[in-house]
Design a protein around this ligand. Structure first.
Ligand code: ZN
Length: 283
């Protein structure tokens, strides 16, 4: 990466220095669009001024290692510097960051981009709502958001899965914004369940922010399934359960024995009725 337009230098006494050193206004500025994310707008600003993001931040004298963190919290000094370089009010700069959120919202808001709208991305846009785990369709153009690590081209995702995942995403939003923790706990349990069946590892809140569509869509669909069926059916719905998946389930629910017993019971009953279970695994 280039060192930038201005060599970085140490500034120990922040406030006094900042007042004194204002970056020179950039030759060109661009107006922020509704719901635009600060980092996205800075990228457009950089492009308009024929430089890259790192060079722009170096010019404004903002530590480049904090580029994406700026979207979540920006101090007054940094906002002021960006504002004067871009010739906008510092309130405008601040309005492009995420507002204060509850812990629940924060756990479902990605620090890094994991999905985008192909249509709007082509125009260089990067919008705030794309970072929410529950965002499913672009609020600007209505196109379905796609995961950043999804296979490019026409992915073979079934319409049914998309339909279910979209419903699950809506429920996740309600859960994230509800007053009590109960709804979200239920949603995350369904996600944990889905993860255990697909042997995904990690935190369920990260699974729904996964940059791979096969992970994210399946987990969102499980939230919708858990609502319309008893929990246990959530993930069994699409796949007959095998011994391997049962072991994964045992692991996922080891801290909730009652729930596990219910899950296991339904799984066995289901397997028996479809005749897929072998005699050994019943014991
Ligand atoms: Zn769009």
């Amino acid at each position: 990466m280039d060192a930038g337009l201005v060599a970085p230098c140490e500034r120990p006494s922040a406030v006094r220095e900042v007042r004194r050193v204002k970056p020179r206004p950039l030759p060109k500025t661009v107006a922020p669009l509704p719901d635009e994310l600060l980092s996205g707008w800075l990228s457009r600003l950089a492009a308009a001024n024929y430089c890259d993001d790192a060079e722009l931040l170096a010019h404004i004298e903002i530590d480049t290692t904090h580029g994406s963190a700026l979207d979540f919290s920006i101090d007054a000094a940094a906002a002021e510097k960006i504002a004067s370089a871009a010739r906008v009010a510092s309130d405008v700069v601040r309005s492009l960051t995420f507002p204060a959120m509850t812990l629940r919202e924060a756990s479902l808001t990605a620090q890094m981009p994991f999905q985008h709208c192909l249509q709007c991305s082509r125009e260089g846009l990067s919008l705030r709502h794309w970072r929410r785990a529950w965002a499913f369709d672009c609020q600007v153009c209505g196109t379905r958001l796609v995961q950043t690590l999804g296979k490019t081209g026409d992915e073979q995702i079934s319409e049914k899965l998309i339909y279910r995942a979209r419903r699950g995403a809506g429920m996740l939003e309600c859960a994230a914004r509800s007053r009590g923790p109960k709804q979200l706990r239920r949603a995350m349990r369904a996600v944990t369940f889905a993860m255990s069946l697909k042997t995904f590892r990690g935190d369920p809140s990260f699974a729904v922010q996964n940059p791979r569509s096969e992970v994210r869509l399946f987990c969102l669909a499980a939230i919708a399934a858990a609502r319309s069926h008893p929990l246990a059916k959530a993930a069994i719905v699409s796949h007959s359960i095998d011994d391997y998946a049962r072991v994964a389930l045992l692991r996922a629910f080891e801290k909730e024995p009652r729930l596990l017993a219910a899950v296991d019971h339904i799984a066995q009953r289901r397997a028996r009725s479809t005749g897929m279970m072998t005699a050994e695994s019943r014991s």
